[in-house]
Design a protein around this ligand. Structure first.
Ligand code: C5P
Length: 238
């Protein structure tokens, strides 16, 4: 499995994120930096973590007019993140603009960051989607439709729950990445996540990458929790 479990660095400040990363010593990780850390620390947080040798999913979920997203992505591409994202609801032109910006901003010789789309946030219920967004189809259909749009725009994949992975791969092929949060070991608290799966289940369903937050960051021993999840995800008998 090429993509390591992605650890969501959901910390309120850089000091907490740094002391969490210090526990991993020489282990090279794939971490997710979200709005909370990025808006407080700016590009420095990306540079600092890259310097430690980790891969980065910069989860800023861009959604604006195509030209603004294109220019913003041009700037983000120069930071050295390995993966970035947009909201699929921004539309095909906006997603194509994101890719153009990334291509233009990636330093020569470097690899363009993977660009994936958020379909429906996992915090959105079907009822909310029906009544607030006026989308009158089942949630899974809406997710699939956004995934098709992202695929048509040339994106590398989508964020979705592990329960939608099979249909997305059936329709759009196995190379179209599915990145899934809501990962819990049996016995772990679900917290606010509704559609959860264990790392083994996610792998069996064909998920390409898992995003894990609290099961690692709030564990008594985060290093041990990470190793267990990584072993389960990679399918290696401990
Ligand atoms: O702690 P937990 O494992 O639930 O963290 C999941 C991470 O994935 C969080 O950073 C959350 O913001 C993110 N995420 C999500 N659902 C999405 C997109 C991102 O849970 N649809």
């Amino acid at each position: 499995m090429a993509i390591l479990p992605i650890i969501a660095l959901d910390f309120s400040n850089k000091q907490e994120a740094d002391s969490f990363l210090d526990r991993f010593q020489e282990e090279k990780l794939f971490v997710k930096i979200g709005m909370e850390l990025f808006y407080q620390n700016g590009p420095d947080i990306v540079w600092d973590i890259k310097e430690k040798g980790h891969q980065i999913f910069l989860d800023l979920k861009l959604h604006d007019i195509p030209n603004t997203v294109k220019q913003a992505m041009k700037g983000l591409a120069s930071l050295g993140a390995d993966m970035v994202n947009v909201h699929a609801v921004g539309g095909r032109n906006m997603m194509a603009g994101a890719l153009e910006g990334l291509d233009a901003g990636t330093p020569s010789g470097a690899k363009r960051p993977l660009c994936i789309a958020v379909t429906q946030l996992t915090s959105t219920t079907e009822e909310q989607m029906n009544t607030e967004q006026l989308i009158q189809v089942p949630l899974e259909e809406a997710v699939l439709s956004y995934a098709k749009l992202a695929h048509e725009a040339g994106l590398d994949g989508v964020v979705c729950s592990s329960h939608e992975v099979r249909r997305i791969h059936e329709q759009l092929g196995n190379d179209f990445l599915t990145v899934t949060p809501g990962i819990r070991n049996s016995g772990d608290e679900a917290h606010d996540q509704k559609r959860i799966a264990s790392p083994e289940k996610a792998r069996l369903l064909g998920t390409n990458a898992i995003v894990v937050g609290r099961s690692i960051t709030k564990a008594k021993d985060p290093f041990k929790a990470y190793r267990e999840i990584k072993t389960a995800w990679e399918g290696i008998k401990a």
